[in-house]
Design a binder for this molecule. Structure first.
Ligand code: ADP
Ligand code: ADP
Length: 223
């Protein structure tokens, strides 16, 4: 099954604003797909529907062939980072990850904690309290949380927000390293350069619609 197929997705908020208007795209196995667009383009709204956090007005989301329904438990093959880190500062990074995994009710060995810590490049800092972390490390810990269990599809909403250029490069390496393990990544961004450096494919959104999509190579050569 294809990791993600989004078909004619639409969302109108209660104030009547149509934030997403007929969005379709698909993500194949092993791709790193960048959802690119300016603030307000509808990226977060789209990703929230993909995760089943809000109900579409129309259209459909399928993750590995399963139809996503708003409010239903998120599939165990899908990991997500959205809305900033829900981290506990007085606990260590490792304690945060263990506690988060415990809440999923899945067996401890299925978390692949050591591998996730290595991919997220947290190193020895994993045993320090989160309140001592830099912003970039907090962000990587939050992403490590989404990577627990090594989900086949990882979805990240603007993971580089607020990071400086070296931290952005580290984040890029983390995502590429995750995808190299045969997994699929969808990441939103408002920065073309970031998508160009990190992603294999891109879907460009503006004002709730897809205005272009394809491989990053084609996007770049088309100017
Ligand atoms: P829905 O239409 O899905 O019921 P609501 O209009 O009730 O959504 O808003 C849900 C949440 O989004 C609220 O917490 C609200 O404050 C917030 N929100 C409202 N307008 C905006 C906006 N323009 N951009 C971002 N968030 C908003
Ligand atoms: P992006 O992630 O690309 O910045 P969003 O999906 O957050 O875009 O928002 C798309 C549009 O929908 C924006 O104009 C935003 O203000 C509006 N919006 C987001 N949430 C709400 C809400 N709860 N109620 C009303 N409008 C919203």
């Amino acid at each position: 099954h294809v990791p993600l197929v989004v078909t004619n997705l639409a969302k109108t908020y209660s104030n009547g604003f149509r934030a997403v208007d007929g969005v379709s795209f698909r993500v194949e196995h092993g791709q790193v797909l960048g959802l690119l667009g300016p603030n307000g383009a509808g990226k977060t709204t789209t990703l929230r529907m993909v995760m089943g956090l809000i109900k579409p007005a129309a259209g459909e989301v399928r993750v590995f062939g399963h139809k996503i329904t708003a409010g239903a438990p998120v599939l165990s093959r899908l990991g997500a980072f959205i809305d900033g880190p829900g981290l506990l500062p007085h606990l260590s990074g490792a304690e945060n990850l263990r506690l988060f995994w415990l809440a999923t009710g899945r067996p401890a060995e299925d978390a692949h904690l050591d591998e996730v810590v290595a991919i997220a490049d947290l190193g020895a800092a994993i045993d320090r309290k989160v309140r001592s972390y830099s912003h970039g490390m907090r962000q990587r810990l939050a992403i490590a949380q989404a990577m627990l269990g090594l989900p086949d599809l990882l979805i990240l909403d603007e993971p580089t927000n607020g990071l400086d250029p070296p931290q952005i490069r580290t984040m890029r390496d983390v995502l590429i390293s995750y995808a190299k393990r045969g997994r699929t990544v969808v990441v939103s961004s408002h920065l073309l350069a970031e998508v160009e450096q990190t992603c294999t494919h891109v879907v460009v959104m503006n004002q709730g619609k897809v205005i272009s999509s394809g491989s990053v190579r084609d996007l770049v050569s088309a100017g």
